[in-house]
Design a protein around this ligand. Structure first.
Ligand SMILES: [Zn+2]
Length: 217
């Protein structure tokens, strides 16, 4: 199966960091991608960063198509301009969407000191659980970066599934789930090609070894 990862839909706010703006796609592209995956139950959808467009654009499109997705929210941005509010996150759940943690401050989870790692993996999740009044058990690594310490901590804390951005096909039941993140320059045709020739676009053997090693560092 293939996991697709979206970020903002529409025009990025002008103060968006460049590394985030590079992942915003237009609303038309988004709709065309949903058309492409409409007949593909083996494609799982997720949204990172908790941008307002999650509820303003993505949610109605998904509901209209009878599709679900997982939304990975940055807890420290809840209620900030351009980001989801607590009410928005509850609305996602009420509509049958999954909600997971994307940490507290959108910083890389590699090589964090223990207090920072606790803030990202424990306190961020608690904040989301307070909003949702239910356990949060999934996470997506900010900027797709992680190391062995990160994975070990996530496992120990009881996360049941962790999403990366390793551009590989995924096994449905795996604990670590690779994803293809759409970039601003990607089109629905690109996504169709990934789906048709997933193996060709997926990380090659050397990259797969590197992905494996990422989890060992
Ligand atoms: Zn992110």
């Amino acid at each position: 199966m293939i996991n697709l990862c979206f970020h903002g839909i529409g025009t990025p706010p002008h103060d968006a960091p460049a590394e985030e703006a590079a992942y915003w796609i237009g609303t038309d592209t988004f709709r065309r991608v949903l058309d492409v995956v409409a007949v593909r139950p083996d494609v799982r959808l997720s949204f990172d960063d908790g941008n307002e467009s999650d509820v303003e654009v993505a949610l109605p499109e998904l509901v209209g198509r009878g599709r679900t997705a997982d939304f990975f929210v940055i807890a420290g941005r809840l209620g900030h301009p351009g980001s989801l509010s607590a009410g928005d996150v509850r609305a996602l759940r009420r509509s049958g969407m999954g909600v997971g943690s994307h940490g507290m401050h959108h910083r890389v989870w590699r090589r964090l000191r223990p207090p920072e790692l606790r803030e990202e993996l424990v306190l961020a999740r608690e904040r989301l659980e307070d909003v949702l009044e239910e356990p949060v058990r999934t996470a997506a690594c900010p900027l797709g970066r992680y190391d062995r310490t990160t994975l070990t901590a996530l496992r120990r804390l009881g996360y049941t599934r962790v999403y990366t951005s390793d551009r590989a096909l995924a096994r449905p039941g795996s604990w670590r789930q690779a994803r293809f993140s759409l970039r601003a320059t990607d089109t629905a045709d690109d996504v169709a090609a990934w789906l048709r020739h997933g193996d060709r676009y997926t990380v090659r053997a050397a990259d797969r070894a590197r992905t494996f090693v990422k989890g060992l560092r």
